[in-house]
Design a protein around this ligand. Structure first.
Ligand code: PAF
Length: 269
């Protein structure tokens, strides 16, 4: 595996790299969710590029950016173990040099749910992803269904900027711990008590889906589960069309914010 930190070295590393190229954009702090994306990229492509960049532009709170888990050395070793060919780990100045002045503004799909709670978040995501797609020129890009709204934003970006015929958007199912909690780099912040509370999130979504299937209101059912514990702060529970009718929710437990979603129509998710 080659680890590169600059755009110039990325171009050198990719010169003559066999196609197809699969790109897995990440912010590091790898867990089994990232592994499933990188494994899929490995199976489906000749060259696998993983980007590792904690993108300041998508954080709406300085504290969240400052405390985001970072383990660059461990991630580098893990990416090599997972058979990555090129790890691109730039510094912020490399991606946003002096004079950087252009952004991608997603439309309606980026304004609800996460976009309503964190204005500017999806502008940061879309901008960095377009830059990564331009730099790596992949044939396939890999994202997790855990961030269903992000997937919808990227799908719209590919469609609207005429990239969909050149770049296939591959979406992998949410990876969960045995107790049902969706894997997230932020789960490490949960103490045992908070983790117990966090489990209300997948339970609420399953309850909401069961309600939907029996003709009841999924949002009301999921909200009732979450609001049974006053220590759980509900940012939103909503149904949205995110590549299929999706029940999505965001909660805060202590200082940790968690998101999760379930396709209402899918038996397996
Ligand atoms: O999902 C993430 O980790 C980030 O939003 C992404 C796609 C790497 C863009 O910074």
């Amino acid at each position: 595996m080659k680890t590169v930190h600059s755009v110039a070295d990325l171009h050198l590393a990719l010169a003559g790299a066999p196609a197809p190229v699969g790109l897995v954009p990440t912010m590091g702090a790898f867990h089994a969710g990232h592994q499933s994306l990188i494994n899929a990229a490995r199976r489906e492509n000749e060259t696998v590029v993983v980007s590792l960049f904690v993108n300041p532009a998508q954080f709406t709170s300085g504290a969240d950016l400052a405390t985001y888990p970072r383990h660059p050395e461990a991630d580098e070793a893990t990416a090599a173990d997972w058979a990555t060919d090129v790890l691109f780990a730039p510094a912020p100045d490399e991606m946003y040099p002096d004079g950087f002045d252009t952004v991608v503004q997603p439309g309606a799909v980026g304004e609800v749910l996460e976009g309503a709670v964190k204005p500017g978040h999806f502008q940061g995501v879309a901008t960095i992803c377009l830059k990564l797609f331009n730099l790596v020129q992949p044939q396939r890009v890999y994202f997790g269904r855990k961030d269903a709204q992000q997937v919808a934003v990227i799908g719209a970006l590919l469609r609207d900027f005429d990239l969909a015929s050149r770049i296939e958007l591959r979406v992998l199912p949410t990876v969960r711990d045995g107790d049902g909690l969706a894997l997230s780099s932020r789960n490490v912040f949960l103490d045992p008590d908070e983790r117990r509370r966090a489990l209300l999130l997948p339970r609420a979504l399953s309850g909401g889906r069961a309600a939907y299937r029996s003709g009841a209101d999924p949002v009301e059912a999921a909200r009732a589960v979450l609001e049974a514990d006053p220590a759980v702060i509900v940012d939103y529970v909503a149904v949205a069309d995110l590549g299929g009718l999706t029940l999505a929710a965001a909660i805060r437990v202590g200082s940790t914010r968690l998101i999760d979603n379930l396709l209402l129509t899918d038996e397996d998710d």
